[in-house]
Design a protein around this ligand. Structure first.
Ligand code: ZN
Length: 344
């Protein structure tokens, strides 16, 4: 995975390439809130699902981040070892896949340390990044940033900057930022995604929100109707046609902004389909499952993707100058002895 210093041209549009982030939340497919109660005694399929993803990534020579549930790391240590061996970053997706809404700060601290222990035991690496189950870092759980920093995590990628019935912060920044103020964790000090990029991993906790597309419909916003539309992963990416996904990634990159794209390995595996789910849960859980691999294959062919950490560290300064090595050096110094030197 090369760090981007080149300029790229796609369909005639020159753009400053931002290394986009690609991540997978590694959990039992039946951990998903919508199916957890409706499925009993499920088959696991986790190794087959990861196989499908790793083959696709290897085809493109792309490294990605896997946010792994600690209990899964205990159950499948070889799988986590394999992720590291194949050049991927391993972050934490909590220890028990419990959303932060159901945790106290103290319980969250335990989740972080227990999942880090499990990942360390499995693969000998320390997780630097965190993805909350159900994107549950919101205004109600903003204490999470303090706990992450105290627990030696360097970045979070859990903020969904559009309000949905289950999660989200409607007016949070849509591009990566350093969480500088514990009292204002959803405000970026810089106004756009390229400003201050080199400092995002220099200190404190950085946030890399899930990508959304902003629509220019201010009049709707004033009437309380969301003007941001999620597209960059999970059900949203499965529901949208490939041409539209490509256009949205291209638009973000044309502004010099990296996209933060996420999936779950089970979304690549048709075998997770089970009978008996109510129609609406079946729709959200399974719609587009047969096209996920093809979509991601197309995106990886066209755009530059890497780990969340590398996308945060690749501090393009808005002029196309790659200042990555400085940011990476700082990160290496900080993480020197105990932290694993991930391939970026
Ligand atoms: Zn999850």
């Amino acid at each position: 995975m090369s760090l981007t210093t080149h300029r790229a041209t796609t369909n005639g549009h020159a753009y400053t390439p931002a290394t986009n982030a690609l991540s997978f939340d590694l959990e039992h497919w039946y951990s998903a809130t919508l199916v957890a109660d409706a499925v009993s005694n499920p088959d696991d399929h986790i190794e087959q699902s990861v196989d499908l993803v790793l083959d696709l990534l290897a085809d493109h020579g792309v490294s990605a981040t896997f946010f792994v549930v600690g209990e899964v790391a205990i159950e499948y240590p070889d799988l986590v070892r394999r992720l590291v061996r194949e050049g991927h970053e391993v972050g934490s997706h909590g220890h028990t896949h419990t959303p932060l809404f159901e945790l106290t700060p103290e319980a969250f601290e335990r989740e972080l340390s227990e999942s880090a222990d499990a990942i360390r035991s499995a693969a000998g690496v320390e997780p630097l990044g965190f993805r909350a189950p159900n994107f549950s870092v919101t205004r109600e759980t903003a204490w999470a940033f303090d706990v992450l920093e105290a627990s030696q995590y360097r970045y979070d990628s859990s903020v969904f900057p559009v309000r949905t019935p289950m999660y989200g912060v409607s007016d949070a920044p849509t591009t990566p930022y350093l969480v500088t103020s514990p009292t204002r964790p959803f405000e970026a000090s810089a106004g756009n995604c390229t400003a201050g990029g080199t400092d995002r991993l220099a200190s404190g906790v950085a946030e890399f929100p899930i990508s959304v597309v902003e629509t220019p419909l201010e009049s709707l916003s004033s009437r309380g109707i969301p003007t941001r539309i999620p597209f960059a992963g999970g059900f949203y990416a499965r529901a949208l046609p490939t041409w539209l996904l490509r256009r949205l990634v291209r638009r973000q990159n044309a502004r010099g902004c990296p996209v933060n794209l996420y999936f779950h390995p089970w979304e690549f595996n048709e075998r997770v389909r089970v009978a008996g789910l109510p129609a609406h849960k079946r729709f959200v859980s399974y719609y587009g499952l047969d096209t996920t691999a093809r979509k991601l294959d197309r995106l990886l062919s066209e755009f530059d993707f890497g780990t969340v950490r590398s996308a945060l560290a690749s501090g393009l300064d808005g002029t196309g100058t790659d200042t990555t090595s400085n940011a990476t050096d700082r990160l290496r110094r900080h993480t020197d002895h105990e932290r694993h030197d991930y391939r970026l």
